[in-house]
Design a protein. Structure first.
Length: 96
């Protein structure tokens, strides 16, 4: 009789809880936490007003560097004899 009771009883599936997290999600979480730690470290070392000033200087330098190429071509054109001279670097000064 014990065998019949055991055969009639439903089998129980045991699932681990909490469910395991995939390695991809663990890598993403590790990257997010690492980036947050780096940002917190930078915020602790450099005050916000200093960081803002550094970003202002950085973008100002980028702006000045973006003007360097056209300014160099213009200066080369004017020092080589005037406006009518064509620079090989400047495609906009072709004869029409």
């Amino acid at each position: 009789m014990d065998k019949q009771k055991r055969a009639d009883s439903p089998t129980v599936d045991l699932h681990p809880w909490p469910l395991p997290v995939s390695t991809r999600m663990l890598n993403i979480a590790k990257a997010v936490i690492g980036a947050a730690m780096v940002l917190i470290l930078i915020a602790q070392i450099l005050p916000a007003n200093l960081l803002g000033g550094m970003m202002n200087h950085f973008f100002t330098i980028l702006l000045l560097l973006s003007w360097a190429g056209p300014a160099r071509r213009m200066m080369r054109r004017y020092t080589s004899g005037g406006r009518n001279n064509q620079s090989p670097e400047d495609p906009k000064t072709e004869d029409a």
